[in-house]
Every structure is written in structure tokens, then in C-alpha cells.
Design a protein. Sequence first.
Length: 151
Amino acid sequence: MNWILFFLLFCSSSFGITIFDLIQEQKQKAVEIEAEVVGKLIKRGNFYLLNINDKTGGIGVFIKIDKCPKIEYYGRYGVIGDRIRVFGIFHPVCKEHWGKMDIHSSSIEVLEKGKIQKERINKNRILLLFALTLASLLLIMIHKRRFRRED
């Protein structure tokens, strides 16, 4: 019975679809999504919950603990997470997971390792900041002197 359901879902599958498209369509189906892993890995019983983001939206992905590949980098400020390809079934309203929208993954493949992103400070912006600060202080001093003379 399960293989029939999987076959029917696979026939109406979407490969290379975005998370935004899934959210708009609201249909249960087999999907393949490439996205960045963000947040933290959360253990839920015999499953891990990963959050992924493909720049059009984010969604939770459940995968069995024994099928989850090693993910080194999780995206956050200053870190670009590992880029993965998720194969699984999209559930717009998942009865197993509190009615939330999620993907039950059959497999995940790491496409590209993440990295720590060094923030570059633009020297011109720092100079502009100091110039605007000095100009603001000068205007405040002029304003105070003008009102002091009128009293």
C-alpha cells in the first residue's frame, strides 16, 4: 500500500522547485530541493529536523537519524551553511508534526560545504560616518549658540 502512495506522489513530483512555489501550491507531492542548511539540528525521536532556506523561503525537513549526512556548517550571521539537495515528500499540513508544513526526506545529499564568511568593512563608509558625526555635532553646537543668544 505504501509503495502505491509513493508511486502516485512521485508521478506528480516536482524537481528543482523552490520553497516559495511549494508554499503557494499547497499540494502533497514528491520534491527535490536544493537549499542552504540554517539554524540548528534538532533531534525529534528517531528523526532530525533540519531547517533549510533557498532564498525564496524556509521550511523544516525531517529525516531519519541513520540517513542524515554529516553537516558541518549551519547558516547564521557570519556563516554560510552547507548546500544540500533534499529528496522527499512535501506535506502542506503534516498530521505527524503538529499540522505544520514540512518535508519528510528519504535522502539528503551534501552538494557543497559551507564556510565562515568574513565581513569586510568598507573604509569609505567609516570615513563617511565620522564626517556625518562631525557635521551633526557642529550643527548641534550652532543651534545651541543661536538659542543662547536669543535668551
